[in-house]
Design a protein around this ligand. Structure first.
Ligand code: UDP
Ligand code: UDP
Length: 462
């Protein structure tokens, strides 16, 4: 391994190209921090205007923390939602960035020293391949979900033709995924998501490599299968670089719940939060409140009322309702703002996590050893929830279905929270994963070695 004594990355200049949404930006910036620890030179391509304030704020904190990086501000051409056939602001941004990528050829060619590699978001494959071919540099993807989800991404364009019927999708050397767990937008013909899956998925073989925030203890078997050629012949190397470590620069300003947690006994608090882009209906918000209040545990609940934070203007009391809010305040803490999730999950008072199972959240729970009550809301989250349950790090109540479609009653939720908080089995398994994760991120551990290998490849132009 090399840190300061053996600067391995000195000759390597890498451009990182994330797409929209915190779930994509966060892992890119954590990768950036890891590459900087290994002395890479970095250019970060930031797309403007960003969809959410959370993204703009995180980028500015990152750039201040690491003044040695070059930020390439990329002004994208905006897109007519009708043309793109979507009303999801993050997906519209995906498409707008995809269509603007050609504008980067000239600024990227002018960089000095010249680029050794491009690491782009999975949603940019087809346009980024043109870019990297023009620049004559290797093209890698940082896949921002699980390895099992990547196996679906790789295999789906082929399965669709060969097996249109049946309830399961069988992925060779991996196993079966129920069709009910597929990301709902994948099943919408001509959606941006469907297009990325079916068109870009076919081009994975043209990439030089795929980086995934995966670790052996959770997905070693899946990564091995992907690299064995048995899932699909000719896939590029899949490099597990996880768990990606949260960093100091991510700390938001604002009301930290840590002081409140400090006063509470170990594992006495359940943390409920649903990521950066999942807005619950008012009806569901009420039921979550009732559920938390009846669980018998203290709770820290992050309420999210709008998909995009800039539009989230109503106060907590208006959203939750005054009467319920009064009841909740006696038993827990309720916030409606961006919090430092990794710090919360790492606090000894937190004993359980009600999560939508966005992949970053799952990996953070594993890193901190917190058992999860999986409540998938949309996207890749049901596939991730299946993995959470299979690996014993949490429980998934399958009959709840998709959070964005069905309302779960407070009483039911409260009962499941109790089950989560009282399960010795889940707690023990989560503790084991935490140990495995600690080994992976230790100096000279599997994460360091993976980054070293990547830098070695990039320095040779592969
Ligand atoms: N996050 C956070 N504070 C919040 C909400 C989210 O730090 O108040 C972080 C969370 O720790 C994770 C990321 O934002 O790193 C969200 O990514 P994830 O894949 O879990 O879900 P998504 O937001 O993409 O649905
Ligand atoms: N999606 C959503 N809420 C979420 C996560 C995803 O509405 O918390 C939608 C998203 O808008 C997209 C689809 O689900 O249309 C696919 O999401 P996925 O998580 O697979 O993609 P990503 O988060 O990587 O963009």
């Amino acid at each position: 391994m090399s840190t300061s004594d053996q600067p391995s990355g000195d000759l390597t200049h890498v451009a990182l190209f994330p797409s929209a949404g915190m779930g994509h930006l966060v892992p890119f910036l954590r990768l950036a921090a890891a590459l900087l620890r290994h002395h890479c030179k970095l250019t970060l391509i930031t797309s403007h205007p960003a969809v959410s304030s959370a993204e703009s704020q995180l980028i500015s904190r990152f750039v201040s923390a690491f003044p040695q990086i070059t930020e390439l501000k990329f002004h994208i051409v905006s897109l007519d939602p009708l043309v793109a056939n979507s009303d999801d602001p993050f997906f519209l941004q995906f498409e707008a960035i995809r269509r603007s990528v050609h504008l980067l050829t000239s600024p990227l060619s002018a960089l000095s020293p010249p680029l050794s590699a491009l690491v782009c978001d999975v949603s940019l494959i087809s346009s980024a391949l043109v870019l990297s071919a023009t620049l004559k540099i290797p093209n890698y993807v940082l896949f921002t979900s699980s390895a099992i989800m990547f196996s679906l991404f790789a295999y789906y364009p082929f399965v669709k033709m060969s097996d249109p019927s049946g309830d399961l999708i069988h992925i060779p050397a991996i196993g079966s995924i129920p069709k009910t767990s597929l990301p709902p937008p994948l099943l919408v013909d001509n959606s941006i998501f469907n297009k990325i899956f079916t068109q870009d998925g076919r081009r994975i073989k043209e990439l030089n490599g795929v980086l995934i925030n995966a670790m052996d203890a959770m997905e070693g078997d899946t990564v091995a299968a992907l690299n064995s050629g048995k899932v699909l012949d000719g896939l590029p190397p899949v490099v597990p670089i996880g768990p990606l470590l949260p960093c100091e620069f991510e700390n938001p300003e604002g009301k930290s719940p840590i002081k409140w947690l400090e006063k509470l006994p170990p594992r006495s608090v359940v943390f409920a939060s649903f990521g950066s882009r999942t807005a619950a209906s008012r009806e569901q918000i009420k039921e979550i409140g009732i559920g938390l209040a009846s669980s018998g545990y203290k709770f820290l609940w992050i309420v999210k009322d709008k998909v995009v934070d800039k539009e989230d203007k109503e106060g907590l009391e208006e959203v939750v309702g005054e009467e319920l809010m009064e009841k909740l305040e006696e038993k827990g803490m309720v916030l409606k703002e961006w919090v430092n999730q990794e710090e919360i999950l790492g606090h000894r008072a937190v004993g359980g996590f009600v999560s939508h199972c966005g992949w970053n959240s799952v990996m953070e729970a594993a890193l901190k050893g917190v058992p999860v009550l999986a409540w998938p809301q949309n996207g890749d989250q049901m596939i991730n929830a299946g993995l959470v349950a299979k690996k014993g790090v949490g429980m998934w109540v399958e009959k709840w279905g998709w959070g964005h479609k069905c309302v779960v009653k407070g009483e039911e939720l409260g009962g499941r929270i109790k089950e989560l908080m009282e399960s010795d089995v889940l707690r023990a398994r989560a503790a084991e994963l935490k140990e495995e994760a600690a080994k992976a991120v230790a100096v000279g551990g599997s994460c360091d070695r993976a980054i070293e290998r990547l830098i070695g490849r990039w320095s040779k132009g592969i």
